[in-house]
Design a protein around this ligand. Sequence first.
Ligand SMILES: NC(=O)c1ccc[n+]([C@@H]2O[C@H](COP(=O)([O-])OP(=O)(O)OC[C@H]3O[C@@H](n4cnc5c(N)ncnc54)[C@H](OP(=O)(O)O)[C@@H]3O)[C@@H](O)[C@H]2O)c1
Length: 304
Amino acid sequence: MKAIICESYGAPEVLKFVELPKPTPKDGEILVRIKATAVNSGDVRVRALAVTGIKRILMKFVLGFSKPRKPILGIVYSGIIESVGKNVQKHKVGDEVFGMTGFQFSTYAEYICLKEDSVLCHKPKNSTFEEAASIVFGGTTAYHFLKKAKIDQSPKKVLIYGAAGSVGAATVQLARYYGAEITAVCSGKGIDLVKSLGVNNIVDYTKGEFQNLQGQFDFVFDAVGKILKKDCAHLLKPNGIFKTVEGWDVASESVEQLELFKKLFEEGKYKATIDRVYNLEEMVEAHRYVDTGRKKGDVVIRVL
Ligand SMILES: NC(=O)c1ccc[n+]([C@@H]2O[C@H](COP(=O)([O-])OP(=O)(O)OC[C@H]3O[C@@H](n4cnc5c(N)ncnc54)[C@H](OP(=O)(O)O)[C@@H]3O)[C@@H](O)[C@H]2O)c1
């Protein structure tokens, strides 16, 4: 099978296109023919080992010291179940699924074997494979942080900083679904995307509008890890909550989350925000683009 392996930590060029044996599912496993994956900000961070201090030491323990222990990176996918091992109950050949592999990685490839109780479910009926793969990373992160702030329990006034990225665009959409009143912060280049998600209160931080912003919010969410609580303490109500993607809080994913996004997508309440699509062979190019930190929404990889 075609795959991309990461031979050491470093620049995008450490990623190499290779042919590997096609895996065979063991008992309780399914074999998924991957149709699409995505290059997320988390992927480029792993590839470059782009963290400092204690986090860097911890990351090396978890991921591998001189190179990733799991050579095939990538954590999101959509595809079709091609075969199943013995004793698989929940899934069958032909099911169109999407999911997230977490620390198993391995989605930059044509095939992957997964335990049948992995984080996956049927993809939205009305989505393409590219769309299904694109909504997983930002969506699960948005879900995690909005739940922590209990935005799902009562409509709230929410400020989303960095609304044009994968996590930001997903948070805008999910917060809207929960009935929040949203103010979104992005640059001029992100405004069209954010508007297309139904937000009209948009603040352009490149024009100093964020620095001059007035208002009282129940929740300020830094979806890009570029501000500190002290930068926006004046924008929080007395019991207001500040959260950032850049702290120690790591988003978790679950089948329930995927099922929610499937449902919302099918009902037209959630959409994919795809910036660019590359082929698997163009993985280095895709990583270079995501490395810029300027992508809008998601970068998808088509696995032909
Ligand atoms: N804690 C967790 O569990 C967790 C989970 C997922 C992601 N993350 C982290 O969250 C961060 C964002 O992830 P992502 O996937 O959404 O990234 P992304 O898609 O690469 O974000 C790109 C966007 O960030 C915006 N941006 C860049 N610099 C900015 C600034 N100074 N102020 C405001 N916006 C800025 C850009 O918009 P403009 O061009 O409009 O400025 C761009 O569209 C990453 O650092 C990632 O590692 C953490």
